[in-house]
Design a protein around this ligand. Structure first.
Ligand SMILES: N[C@@H](CCC(=O)N[C@@H](CS)C(=O)NCC(=O)O)C(=O)O
Length: 200
């Protein structure tokens, strides 16, 4: 059986867990709590030298890291990944965008705010709010007249982007000026076997 290392409240772990549930793939979880540094323990590093959560251990013992790579691995050959070369490339584009903009600016800011470290990192947060809002503007424009990001149906691009976008206000972002994003978030929540991000 597949084995997911991480904690349910981590957005990056949630992405993988949500996909596993939506694809109805059986799995078990092993808690590796990054909040207390368990991701840096030698026994975990031996499994995942990248030293972060999530990681997914396959039946043959291979360990996959990086949430976007895990999503692609799990979704391949399902309707939640691209059905042709162009769709697959477009999905990868949004997965990279999620990592380089949404995770970088929005998830980091939310983490710092929730950890009570906003004042200590005021300059970084101000820059992130600006860059993260620019990323939201790009998403808002892309969603104009579209229900989902790629191929007019729910895919792992939506799943990945949704995770930290729908809780962006917890990091001090304002989603009010983004009606397309807000409507899309509600749409994602109606997909089969959706469950909310724990602790959000
Ligand atoms: N790019 C990675 C980021 C993973 C990540 O940032 N994980 C966090 C928890 S949400 C973590 O392990 N933080 C502890 C650390 O980096 O030491 C992914 O998408 O999987």
């Amino acid at each position: 059986m597949l084995r997911l290392y991480g904690i349910p409240t981590s957005g990056n772990c949630y992405k993988v867990e949500l996909l596993l549930k939506q694809l109805q793939i059986p799995y078990e979880t092993v808690e590796v709590n990054s909040r207390v540094g368990e991701n840096r323990r030698p026994e975990y590093l031996a499994k995942n030298p990248l030293g972060q959560i999530p990681a997914l251990e396959l039946e043959d013992g291979t360990v996959l890291a990086e949430s976007a790579a895990i999503l692609v691995y799990l979704a391949e050959d399902t309707p939640l990944y691209g059905q042709n070369k162009l769709e697959r490339a477009e999905i990868l584009k949004w997965l990279f965008f999620e990592q380089t903009r949404i995770a970088r600016y929005i998830a980091t800011t939310r983490f710092l705010v929730r950890a009570g470290q906003a004042e200590a990192h005021a300059e970084l947060i101000a820059q992130n709010l600006k860059s993260g809002t620019e990323a939201l503007e790009i998403m808002e424009g892309h969603l104009q007249g579209k229900a989902f990001f790629v191929g007019n149906r729910y895919t792992i691009a939506d799943l990945a982007l949704f995770t930290y976008t729908h809780v962006a206000e917890q990091g001090g972002f304002d989603l009010k000026p983004f009606p397309n994003i807000r409507a899309w978030c509600e749409r994602v929540k109606t997909t089969d076997r959706f469950f909310p991000l724990p602790g959000a």
